[in-house]
Design a protein around this ligand. Structure first.
Ligand SMILES: NC(=O)c1ccc[n+]([C@@H]2O[C@H](COP(=O)([O-])OP(=O)(O)OC[C@H]3O[C@@H](n4cnc5c(N)ncnc54)[C@H](O)[C@@H]3O)[C@@H](O)[C@H]2O)c1
Length: 419
């Protein structure tokens, strides 16, 4: 969380770059980011119940307690007492439940945050709508495309406020960069590259063997689609934002190459999405090498945009003065230790240009901003425009990619699942 960006309003941060109105027009859900004061909110508070008080649930709780004055946590639910107790210590006085149906019956709860494992998102969210609650459900939306679609339709029909935890939708550095790409300033988008590399087994410690599947739900297909629903789901939005269209088809390959420990989800995936104009977007992930970390790059004819680093690299960089070059190197954390091939092989050598900062102070990933926006939307009763569509397609295409790998086929999203 950026202290600097967090303390002033989200749109003020974009406004400093002269981009607030352009970004708002392209990404209309950002209206919900206006400050409470700008939206006419005075002292109202949303009474929140957290369903699933594990890692992400507690992370949201920390953000709400520190940065979201419009949210008040009043109830907590978990079936695992270790996590419920840890969460209860963060909010003494909150009502505690071990059955989410009971929390949904609690009239003091206005809205729920669903941070359970993926396979439960659908049932819990639909039950919450039935109970008249607004819902913030974590990504991915659900365990199957059919369930995502049904959740989308029921969410819209319910008239409840409904967010999915795709926090990049509220990350100013991504939005500013995307607006620059969309302006055409850097020529057409020719490729989108996403990768997420880690070197760890993705396991959580299990105190007793019968809890293995409950705690390590991410590793089993009954509950999760592994890297596709946990990681790709965030990065696949990059293609549709940059190109303003959705992929036409997807194919890929996945396998378990290193962590052969009884898990069922892949530990190695490479997926290619192709857009109607022929542009490809890749997603690659392994969890047995982390050297290059996480990357998201929009390749345009005239520039490369590095989204997480918030930097832009022009294909023909302007000549920098010595001092400008030094500042750019310091900003990029890059010093003149780049390895060059011999002069006879320059053509394929990566550029040593250190690029330009897009949003120099940008930190955080939008998680605070999305929670602020949710609480403000609950108070104003205004569901942000297009936010659900974005989340739906991110989930649907991550699930379709997983299915393509499992079936070994090229797949398209069936017409019946297009919004
Ligand atoms: N947006 C993001 O960047 C982000 C990051 C991490 C996790 N997530 C998502 O958050 C969700 C939770 O992930 P996590 O890492 O916190 O998992 P976790 O296993 O740490 O927490 C899940 C909690 O849900 C509880 N639970 C299981 N069944 C339940 C039930 N029937 N009723 C109430 N509680 C129940 C578990 O006991 C556990 O405490 C997942 O959907 C995940 O994809 C999103």
């Amino acid at each position: 969380m950026s202290e600097k960006i967090g303390r002033r309003s989200f749109l003020e941060a974009l406004g400093e770059f002269g981009m607030a109105s352009a970004v708002l027009a392209s990404f209309p859900w950002l209206q919900s980011c206006k400050t409470g004061k700008e939206q006419g909110i005075t002292s109202e508070k949303v009474h929140l119940g957290i369903i699933g008080t594990g890692s992400r649930g507690q992370y949201h709780m920390t953000n709400i307690l520190n940065f979201v004055p419009e949210g008040q946590i009043v109830a907590l639910c978990d079936i695992y007492d270790v996590n419920l107790t840890a969460a209860a210590e963060m909010v003494p006085g909150a009502k505690l439940y071990d059955d989410y149906h009971k929390l949904l019956e609690d009239k003091s709860v206005d809205a729920v945050i669903v941070t359970t494992p993926l396979h439960l998102h659908y049932r819990v969210t639909l039950d919450a709508f039935e109970a008249g609650k607004d819902v913030f459900c974590e990504k991915a939306m659900a365990h199957s495309i059919a369930d995502c679609y049904d959740m989308y339709q029921k969410g819209v029909r319910s008239g409840q406020i409904f967010f999915i935890g795709q926090q990049r939708l509220f990350d100013p550095k991504y939005l500013l960069a995307m607006e620059k790409v969309r302006s055409g300033e850097y020529g057409p988008v020719v490729n989108v590259r996403n990768y997420w590399l880690r070197n760890a087994d993705w396991r959580r410690p299990v105190p007793s063997p019968e809890l293995e599947r409950q705690i390590n739900w991410r590793l089993y297909r009954e509950y999760s689609h592994g890297m596709m629903t946990e990681l790709a789901c965030h990065q696949l939005q990059n293609g549709s934002w940059a190109l303003n269209m959705y992929p036409e088809k997807v194919t890929g390959s996945g396998s378990i190459i290193y962590w052969k420990d009884g898990r069922e989800v892949y530990d190695n995936v490479a997926v290619i999405y192709t857009f109607p104009n022929g542009v490809n977007m890749t997603f690659e992930s392994v969890i047995s090498n982390k050297h290059f970390g996480m990357g998201e790059q929009i390749l345009c004819k005239e520039a490369t945009i590095d989204l997480p680093a918030s930097r832009i690299y022009l294909e023909t960089p302007p000549v920098k003065s010595g001092i400008e070059q030094m500042i750019a190197d310091i900003e990029a954390g890059v010093f003149s230790n780049a390895v060059f091939a011999g002069t006879s092989w320059n053509a394929e050598t990566a550029s040593a240009d250190t690029g330009l900062a897009i949003m120099p102070e940008a930190q955080g990933d939008g998680s605070v901003e999305i929670m602020q926006a949710f609480c403000r939307s609950v108070i104003t009763r205004r569901q942000p425009e297009k936010i659900l569509e974005e989340a739906y397609y991110a989930s649907a295409f991550s699930l379709l990619g997983d299915e393509a790998m499992h079936r070994g086929e090229i797949l398209t999203l069936p017409q019946e699942y297009r919004l």
